[in-house]
Design a protein. Structure first.
Length: 328
């Protein structure tokens, strides 16, 4: 297949990017877990930690990062069985499971963004943005934007979408628009928001705060490893090993500043301030140990679905049974 050939070629490029397995890990006796990821994705920080620290081998497998060009490509690779897992949000996994794909979700991150303004902005609250221009990464059904809209409707009695002008664009474009004053405020992906903080911008409302005010559980992980039911059943030891390796890597990165020095070359931090902000942002997204509370996830899903509609949900009315997986 063309996709398979592309994965093979790009996997070779991963070695040049510093993600290649050390020689000791290339033990043919160990089964491989192929992870579809992006060349500059923050997921690579965890994957490289697992590989460099030998956490995959300790848990009986070889982790093989397969570098792909964009999130749609990772999803296509997962659907086509070209990889064993990817990291995606639980809404996409829910849609696939509802359509019979048999995908499940293992928690990876709770990281979300917030509303950022320049240091000299007079805005202190969301109410101050009425009539202003907001830049939003991710499009009209971006999950952070939907939760902030829900908060505004409940707490301010007005939908931000109705009382502001929105500009949608790629994360770097939104960052630049916020810095230059092209927009009055910005909602960006968490790692771009970390860069914005490092450059002197300030947050006037976090998505976590908004979610908590709405009675939602802000610790609900939005991102997770995607696994197949049949793969888990056929490779139970491998699935549990991946979960342990992920948790161990997170615990290491949570407490050990030195472990981040290995990652700095791939973090694209412009300076020490950005490096520290990215590190703090990633740590803040480490989910609590334990299974996802399906009821809390359903409440968050319902809140976003009310505003995002079918464009967000893909026609899914409720999260399907068995969506969330956690090793016993």
């Amino acid at each position: 297949m063309r996709l398979s050939r592309r994965i093979t070629l790009l996997a070779g490029a991963a070695a040049l990017a510093g993600l290649a397995l050390p020689a000791a890990a290339q033990d043919a006796a160990l089964p491989a877990i192929r992870v579809g990821t992006l060349e500059n994705g923050t997921v690579n920080w965890e994957l490289q930690t697992i590989v460099k620290r030998g956490l995959d081998r300790e848990n009986g497998f070889r982790l093989v990062p397969m570098i792909l060009a964009g999130n749609p490509a990772t999803q296509v690779a997962m659907q086509g069985g070209e990889v064993d897992t990817i990291v995606s949000d639980f809404l996409w996994v829910a849609q696939q499971r509802a359509r019979g794909a048999g995908f499940r979700f293992l928690p990876y991150s709770t990281a979300v963004g917030g509303v950022m303004v320049r240091a000299d902005s007079p805005a202190r609250t969301l109410a101050d943005l009425m009539g202003k221009k907001i830049g939003i990464a991710g499009g009209p059904v971006d999950k952070s934007w939907l939760i902030l809209r829900a908060w505004s409707r409940e707490k301010l009695g007005q939908d931000l979408a109705d009382v502001t002008q929105q500009v949608f664009g790629a994360p770097p474009m939104i960052l630049n628009a916020a810095e230059t004053g092209e927009v009055d405020a910005a909602i960006n992906f968490w790692h771009f928001q970390a860069k914005m903080k490092a450059r002197g911008m300030r947050e006037i409302m976090s998505v976590q705060t908004a979610a908590g005010d709405l009675g939602l559980d802000p610790s609900t992980p939005l991102l997770g490893y995607v696994l197949r039911d049949d793969w888990i059943e056929s490779n139970r030891v491998l699935a549990e090993g991946l979960a342990r390796a992920s948790r161990t890597a997170k615990a290491l990165l949570a407490r050990d500043d030195a472990a981040w020095e290995d990652l700095r070359p791939i973090m694209e931090a412009a300076d020490d301030a950005e490096f520290e902000a990215l590190k703090a942002g990633w740590r803040a997204g480490i989910p609590a140990h334990g299974p996802v509370d399906a009821a809390n996830a359903q409440k968050m899903f319902a809140t976003m679905a009310e505003l995002g509609g079918e464009e967000l949900t893909g026609g899914v009315a409720t999260l399907p049974e068995g969506l969330f997986w956690w090793p016993e």
